[in-house]
Structure formats: structure tokens, C-alpha cells
Write a protein that binds this ligand. Structure first.
Ligand code: AMP
Ligand code: MG
Length: 375
């Protein structure tokens, strides 16, 4: 069996600089178990922003949650920028310790090992949100798919195709109603051995949402974070104009297919190119359809969700990828007050929802189809 590991993580949403030229979205080869650098060793690069409202632009990168994270802060002084960024690094390190399935001592690792745990407030919040989004998406977003994620080897450096028998045996262990959750005590217990939870589809959106709270607490003028291509914007540029965020071309990590001009929102992409491997002449990606136990198989190459809340955006982007285009459109029509989306198909067709019409700028010849609220 030909097996090629391509567990690489891309910056699906590139932040475009003020003058309109793109920072090339870089593709990053990261090991499945990247280790966290000591937060005090992270370098902050200071530049003159060119904006009188916030003359200091501070940028920093951090490797955490198996991805490369980029932070940018516009501030009145260096000290202000540094205190915001240091608090952000600490927050990410804290969340990484809580949420990682790879660390022996995280909330999730403990639960997945012994089938029982008392969660931290953050993990309990994420489980509560995950249950809500599972319900609203009709089961597509399902954090209990972990046994399948493991069976496909996405937690390891050697993904592989499990046997049909193995998949069938694991499917009954992925039912969320078998996860008993006492919300008052934040106590979680699995009904069966072999069950497991995975916040990989929602944790980065939660992390970016938390960072917005830190930016706010530090009275930052504005800024943004990009956690492995998941971008969340704090305000706009210091002069009040919108940021420009590039949506990655699924066919090429160094190209974008369109630009979204917006402020104060999370823009989160799920894509079949973000983590995948090849076997038997086929490509298998990491987003599992809970109905089949196999990677979702439809026309979509990526789904980007734009909304005010990072946690919601992350979980919905994962769910839309499994729904496929038609169902994703029907779902948006029911919830168009909650989010906007960009769907890119494998054949490079781009669809955007009506609320993006005025802020989406197509690149080159790839004109989007606009999805209206009424069919
Ligand atoms: P994302 O990149 O946000 O779409 O998240 C993909 C990750 O979420 C995978 O690597 C898995 O860890 C996890 N995952 C896979 N399938 C699902 C699913 N159906 N529901 C929730 N999480 C999932
Ligand atoms: Mg997600």
C-alpha cells in the first residue's frame, strides 16, 4: 500500500497587508505532536504601523495546538503591545495544556484514558457548545468521533485506512448521548469503554475567541490572530478601515482565491487539504462523517465560516464540510442571522452567501455564485 503522509497544516486564511499586497500564505509542515515552545522565548517583532491612532505594530508567531499561530497587535506603546501579546501566549499555553488529546495530563487525555473526568471550566464550556452544535447541525458536528479519528491514524504520524469491520465496530462508540455530562459538577463519564472526545474541530476557534477577550481587557487598539489559518479580527485597522483576509485556494497553499474585507469577526476554514494522506491511489482527509465513519466525501474542498463568535465558526465550518454544498446552503438559509460562508468546490466553483456580497473581492477569474436567502 502506497502511503504518503501529508499531515501539514496550512494558513488557509492569509492576512493581507495594509497596502494590499499579500503576505504569501505559507504552508507549514508540522509534526502531529508539535511541542510548545517556552512562551517567554517567543520573539515579538515591532514595527512602525504608519497609523497615528496606534503607531506600534507588534507581530509574533507561536507553535501550539499542532499549528502555527500568528498574532498581530496595534497599540499606542510597545509596553502595551507586549503585555497584550505575553498574556495571549500564556492563554494559548494554558488552553493547549487543557485541550490537547496528546498530552497525558490534559482534561481530554484523562477522560479518554479512564472514561471519567472532572472538566475545567473551559473544557466544560466547549463540551456544552459542542453538544449544542451537534444538535443544530443534525449530528454532523460530533466530538465523540475520536475513536474513528484514532482508527484512521490521524492522531499519529502514520494515518492509514482502517478495515470496514473496524469502522462498523467503532461507530456505536461515537454516539454523543452515551457521554454523560453533569453540567453543575462539570463531570463527564462515558457509558462504554473505548469512547473518546476530540475538540480538534472547535478548540482553535475557542482559543481565538478567548484571545479577543484578552485584547479587550488590555484595551488594545486593534489586532488579529491567525491560528493555523483560522483568523479572528479584533476591530479593524487602527484608522477604522476593515482588515483584508485572503481565503486560500484549496489547490495551492501559496495562493488565495478571494479576499474578505471585514472587522471584528472570526473567519474560520475547514478544508480537505489541511490534513490528509494518500493510499490506494485515493486521498483521505481528516473530517469524518459520523454517519459512515469515513472522511466526508462530497464536492466541497473547503468551507469558511464568518461570524462574530470563533467557537461557533470553527464547529460550523467542520460540519458544513460534511453536509456538502446543497445541505450547507439549506442550513445557511435556516441560520442566516448567525453566520456567512464561502464554499469552495473541488472544481474551484466558489459560492458566497448574500451577506458577503459587498465585502468579498474575487481574485483573478474566479467569480463567486451568490447564495440568496430565498431559493
Ligand atoms: P477542522 O479543521 O476544524 O474542520 O477540524 C477537524 C478536526 O476535528 C479533525 O482533525 C478531528 O480531530 C475532528 N473531527 C473530525 N471529524 C469531526 C466531526 N464530524 N465532528 C467534530 N470533530 C471532528
Ligand atoms: Mg472546525
Amino acid at each position: 500500500m502506497k502511503k504518503t503522509l501529508a499531515a501539514f497544516l496550512c494558513l488557509s486564511l492569509a492576512i493581507l497587508s495594509a497596502c494590499g499586497t499579500a503576505h504569501e500564505p505559507s504552508s507549514v509542515t508540522a509534526p502531529a505532536h508539535s511541542s510548545l515552545a517556552a512562551v517567554e522565548d517567543i520573539t515579538i517583532v515591532y514595527n512602525d504601523s504608519g497609523y497615528p491612532e496606534a503607531p506600534v505594530q507588534a507581530d509574533a508567531d507561536m507553535l501550539a495546538m499542532d499549528t502555527v499561530m500568528h498574532f498581530r497587535v496595534y497599540a499606542r506603546t510597545r509596553e502595551e503591545a507586549e503585555s497584550t501579546l505575553r498574556a495571549s501566549f500564556d492563554e494559548i499555553a494554558r488552553l493547549d495544556r487543557l485541550m490537547s488529546t496528546n498530552r497525558r495530563d490534559s482534561d481530554l487525555a484523562r477522560l479518554n484514558r479512564i472514561g471519567h473526568a472532572v472538566f475545567s471550566k473551559d473544557s466544560a464550556y466547549l463540551l456544552r457548545r459542542s453538544l449544542e452544535i451537534n444538535e443544530v447541525t443534525g449530528g454532523y458536528f460530533n466530538v465523540a468521533v475520536y475513536p474513528l479519528v484514532k482508527a484512521w491514524g490521524f492522531t499519529t504520524a502514520e494515518p492509514h485506512v482502517p478495515s470496514e469491520q473496524e469502522i462498523q465496530a467503532l461507530l456505536p462508540l461515537t454516539h454523543l448521548e452515551q457521554v454523560h455530562f453533569d453540567r453543575e459538577r462539570r463531570e463527564v463519564r462515558f457509558a462504554h469503554n473505548g469512547m473518546g472526545l476530540d475538540f480538534g474541530g472547535i478548540a482553535k476557534g475557542y482559543a481565538s475567541q478567548r484571545l479577543m477577550e484578552i485584547f479587550s481587557r488590555h484595551s488594545t487598539v486593534s489586532g488579529l490572530v491567525s491560528l493555523g489559518g483560522n483568523t479572528q479580527l479584533y476591530g479593524g485597522k487602527p484608522d477604522g478601515s476593515p482588515f483584508r483576509v485572503g481565503v486560500q485556494d484549496p489547490a495551492a497553499a501559496d495562493r488565495y482565491i478571494g479576499i474578505i474585507r471585514t472587522k471584528d469577526r472570526a473567519l474560520i476554514t475547514s478544508g480537505i487539504y489541511q490534513r490528509f494522506f494518500e493510499a490506494n491511489g485515493r486521498t483521505y482527509h481528516h473530517i469524518i462523517d459520523p454517519a459512515t465513519g469515513a472522511p466526508a466525501d462530497n464536492s466541497l474542498a473547503s468551507a469558511t465560516v464568518i461570524c462574530n463568535d470563533g467557537t461557533t465558526a470553527d464547529a460550523l465550518a467542520t460540519a458544513l464540510m460534511i453536509m456538502g454544498k446543497e445541505q450547507a446552503i439549506a442550513f445557511w438559509r435556516q441560520h442566516s442571522d448567525l453566520f456567512e460562508m464561502v464554499l469552495i468546490e473541488k472544481n474551484r466553483n466558489v459560492s458566497i452567501t448574500a451577506g458577503l456580497e459587498d465585502c468579498y473581492i474575487p481574485k483573478d477569474d474566479v467569480l463567486p455564485e451568490v447564495i440568496r436567502r430565498e431559493a
